[in-house]
Write a protein that binds this ligand. Structure first.
Ligand SMILES: [Zn+2]
Length: 345
């Protein structure tokens, strides 16, 4: 109930909910004879994907075109495990730069999952962190290799700037790199509606080191979009659509700006810093109360600290607390320094 909703002429939000409470969107765009899907959910939500498509009086085999915004499991994983279920003439489109994800998706993804464990060496060994870790590890990861062979059938690799025509629909491949170094967005050229994946969310956009995300690349994407992209409706990978494109970009940037401000204040106080303290101060009353979600935000704090470490502003003590080694610049100066040193994230 309520998992399928038309949000704009011809466009339905297909809401997919995984165990562990992460909700992701796939978008169905019906235009003339074409039934276009943008993103495909998790491997474990394909039943919901199919049911949601059927709620619009179509079947999976009626989908004519599938577009992927990025390689993360909640966007590309469903499409991969449905390999043998798609109609043989369904066309799939992904960014040409997606690399190994398009060759052997399962191996690619297995190297990236397991957020919590990868954070261990960057956090002090406290009771609080141990209990978060225990809660996360109590939820077994969903099986990945459930069907298919890890490839996407009938795949067209699209370059940034190229426009794909599907009947009357035109989708332009827009550079969206950062949250996933090979992220793109798909712009409905005529309707100025942007299928934006995870670039701009209502929560702080996750930029995770172990996923090889790039903080400074993502910030550049926000700036470029703000200057050069006209969008009337933003259709994000998680949450509801919004017409407030510019304001949403401002808010996404401001989340990270405030994380940076908090981090520099903590470091400049001169006491060794536990990143969990920064993270919980950052999230305030809005913080998600369960560990799996909080961990993503802890990972954001660590992304920032590791960037500062690469730039020579902080170091980690043997206790794994963090301390400043010199005065920290403001956020825009930090970005300029990173740019001159060629550090992307
Ligand atoms: Zn996502």
């Amino acid at each position: 109930m309520g998992a399928t909703k038309q949000v704009s002429p011809g466009i339905w939000r297909l809401r997919l909910e995984a165990k562990g409470r992460l909700v992701v969107n796939a978008w169905l765009w019906r235009r003339g004879e074409r039934n276009i899907l943008i993103d495909t959910g998790f491997p474990q939500t394909t039943d919901q994907l199919i049911a949601n498509i059927e709620a619009t009086d179509l079947r999976l085999s009626d989908i004519t075109d599938v577009f992927y915004t990025h390689t993360h499991n909640d966007h590309m994983g469903g499409g991969v495990v449905l390999k043998d279920e798609w109609a043989p003439n369904t066309r799939h489109y992904a960014f040409a730069g997606s690399g190994e994800a398009l060759e052997d998706y399962f191996t690619f993804w297995e190297a990236r999952r397991g957020t919590a464990g990868s954070l261990n060496s960057l956090l002090p060994d406290t009771e609080r962190w141990r209990s978060m870790l225990a809660e996360i590890k109590s939820i077994p990861p969903a099986p990945l290799r459930v069907a298919g062979d890890g490839t996407i059938p009938n795949l067209t690799r699209v370059e940034v700037g190229a426009t794909v025509r599907c009947g009357e629909a035109s989708l332009r491949c827009v550079d969206a790199r950062g949250h996933d170094p090979v992220h793109v967005a798909w712009l409905d050229v005529d309707g100025r509606r942007l299928f934006s994946g995870d670039v701009i969310l209502r929560v702080p956009t996750p930029i995770l080191l172990h996923m090889r995300d790039e903080l400074f690349t993502w910030l550049d994407t926000l700036d470029r979009w703000q200057k050069s992209l006209a969008v009337d409706l933003l259709l994000p990978g998680h949450g509801m659509p919004t017409a407030l494109f510019q304001q949403s970009i401002d808010r996404s940037r401001a989340f990270w700006q405030s994380l940076y401000t908090l981090t520099s204040e903590e470091l400049e106080a001169g006491v060794p810093v536990d990143p969990l303290d920064i993270t919980f101060a950052w999230l305030g009353d809005d913080r998600s109360r369960y560990a799996a979600r909080s961990t993503v935000f802890v990972a954001n704090t660590l992304t920032l600290l590791v960037c500062l470490q690469k730039l020579g502003f902080v170091t980690q003590l043997p206790s794994r607390h963090w301390v400043a080694t010199r005065a920290l610049p403001d956020f825009s100066t930090l970005r300029a320094i990173a740019a001159t040193q060629g550090i992307r994230g």
